[in-house]
Design a protein around this ligand. Structure first.
Ligand code: HEM
Length: 387
């Protein structure tokens, strides 16, 4: 009713519980009480030892912007750019307008906005540090990389629970960067909207799989030892992986579960019941075959060497198909690790050699960035590299 909507609107403005007259899935056909919680004012601190946006609980939406430095921008210019971007990122993440914000009203809903900076090899070298650890990945046999999705000098990773906030943030930061940089590529990704599921629910990818179950938990010693370097930095691998949802859906359910070694219903290993049950890699079928096949993704992705682990924090992409295509979907695979060569590459090599999922997945873009440590107020991201 109109009355309900009016009351709902007023109550929502106060951040209170509102009767909105919506239907819930559980009580279909009835008018249920819905509690409305507003998340737009939630902020993630910008300054600190580490940059935000990595250990931060993943926001619903992400944009990854890779920029190339224009010819003629020198070290001083680069520092100016980083200062500008840092200042505006700090403001915007706290719900304040950027310095030259012509639409300051759009900055007032951060919705857990984070801006994370990554440096490609060229920037690290310009700063005067060694880029030996952040070279592009070697070519893998499964790769069908397209230059338009590869590499980049400066990465800006924006995350928020509100895609509108991301649009505004992207515009403000590109305004800062435009006289120094050109856009190399932009990748936009999503998970479930905030509030659609209990927070902390493991995400699903567009194959329907629960994706992210076995992952080091932020704020644990395990996470620190795998992800954060002493100076607060880390490295990021970002791979655009096309997922052929149109041939995937031709496979029956047990075949789809077999390829990973986990069920589609709740992500439990095919040897267990619940999502977080430990897979039993030794279990055999009555016919004497391993229940979790030799080529199952989870068997191939697990190393006996526990230091060869990574932190995965990816997003789905789903672009509009064109022409005869039915879909253009996939995963923006993102991983963080102290060291790409020691942690990521052995794992990726194994998966390139054998992984049932390879039948439906194709890496089409790849980049590696150094994620500099966070900074203190008054400083700028990356300053520690300028020695
Ligand atoms: C686990 C999907 C690419 C590394 C999983 C799981 C799924 C999945 C469903 C099981 C649940 C979980 O623990 O998260 C996919 C899809 C991919 C993909 C659809 C491509 C589109 C990759 C890549 C890597 C990787 C490129 C690393 C190079 C891992 C690791 C695990 C895992 C380390 C946990 C294995 C364990 O149980 O110890 N992936 N994955 N995945 N994946 Fe992937």
């Amino acid at each position: 009713s109109r009355r309900g909507i009016l009351f709902g609107g007023a109550a929502a403005g106060l951040g209170a519980v509102a009767t909105l007259g919506v239907e819930s899935l559980a009580g279909r056909g009835t008018t249920a009480q819905a509690s409305e919680e507003l998340h737009g004012q939630e902020v993630i601190p910008f300054y600190g030892q580490h940059q935000a946006g990595i250990a931060t609980a993943p926001q619903a939406h992400a944009v990854y912007l890779a920029l190339t430095l224009r010819n003629g921008v020198d070290r001083e210019g680069l520092m100016r750019l980083l200062r500008l971007l840092t200042d505006d990122a700090a403001r915007l993440t706290q719900g304040e307008a950027a310095l030259a914000d012509t639409e300051p009203e759009l900055a007032t809903v951060p919705a857990r906005l984070t801006v994370t900076f990554g440096f490609g090899p060229k920037l690290v070298e310009m700063a005067g540090s060694s880029a030996a650890d952040i070279q592009p990945l070697p070519k893998f046999s499964i790769d069908r990389l397209q230059e338009r999705w590869n590499d980049g000098d400066l990465l800006l990773h924006l995350g928020s629970d509100d895609p509108f906030t991301l649009a505004h943030t992207q515009r403000m930061l590109l305004k800062d960067a435009r006289s120094f940089c050109e856009v190399k590529w932009v990748q936009t990704g999503f998970r479930r909207s905030r509030g659609s599921e209990a927070s902390g629910t493991t995400m699903r990818n567009l194959f329907g799989q629960v994706d992210g179950t076995v992952n080091p938990a932020p704020a644990t010693d395990d996470f620190t030892s795998l992800v954060w370097n002493e100076d607060g930095s880390t490295t990021m691998v970002i791979r655009r992986i096309h997922m052929d949802v149109d041939t995937w859906d031709e496979v029956d359910r047990s075949g789809r579960e077999f390829s990973v070694g986990r069920t589609l219903s709740n992500g439990a290993p095919t040897t267990g019941t619940n999502e977080h049950d430990e897979p039993d890699f030794g279990a055999m079928t009555a016919l004497g075959f391993p229940v979790i096949a030799d080529q199952a993704h989870i068997r191939r992705a697990r190393s006996e060497n526990t230091s060869e682990r990574i932190f995965r924090r990816g997003y789905n992409y789903d672009e509009q198909p064109s022409g005869t295509q039915m879909s253009d979907s996939g995963l923006i695979f993102v991983s963080y690790q102290k060291n790409v060569e020691r942690q990521y590459i052995p794992l990726q090599k194994r998966l390139a050699e054998l992984d049932a999922l390879n039948q439906w997945t194709t890496p089409i873009g790849s980049a590696v960035f150094l994620i500099p440590p966070g900074c203190a107020e008054g400083g700028f991201i990356g300053e520690a590299l300028f020695t």
